[in-house]
Design a protein around this ligand. Structure first.
Ligand code: DQA
Length: 146
């Protein structure tokens, strides 16, 4: 079965963008790590990134269809800055069945106050914040470990 890993705006710049905040790993490195971790459990990863809010909403709806077909077990999402602004992503997660885990690379609570509120957290199955890019791996383990 599959896990969908979604990344929001500016995460395509990972590795070069504010390395003090987000580290030196690229999004391709994160993708490879996710695939390796999922493989340990004989699962696969559908890895996506978009800078567009509506595309992330579309992906969540797609995940819902896959979940209902029994092809997918959950979603991991780093919504980037949309975390702090998007009622649309909040509503999308609320409206779908699969568990959605929220990941933030940086500890948003140790940063500017506008990053302290998340529209996603109240509708997420759980959140992993401030563990660097390891957060994605931890989220996969949390979905798959028995
Ligand atoms: C982020 C935190 C957000 O506040 C920021 O806008 C991002 C990345 C993180 O992974 O730490 O783009 O989601």
């Amino acid at each position: 079965s599959q896990i969908m890993v979604l990344n929001g705006p500016n995460l395509n710049l990972l590795g070069t963008r504010e390395p003090d905040q987000y580290g030196n790993e690229t999004l391709a490195d994160v993708e490879n790590n996710c695939r390796a971790t999922a493989q340990q459990y004989d699962h696969t990863i559908d890895f996506r990134q978009s800078n567009h809010e509506g595309s992330l909403v579309d992906y969540l709806h797609e995940a819902n269809e896959k979940f209902k077909q029994g092809e997918l077990i959950g979603v991991i999402i780093n919504p980037g800055a949309y975390t702090h602004t998007s009622v649309a992503i909040h509503d999308a997660i609320k409206g779908i069945e699969p568990p959605v885990i929220e990941v933030h690379i940086s500890n948003v609570h140790a940063r500017e106050s506008f990053r302290h509120h998340s529209y996603v957290s109240p509708v997420a199955a759980g959140t992993l914040i401030g563990f660097g890019t390891k957060g994605y791996d931890l989220a996969i383990h949390s979905l798959l470990m028995k």
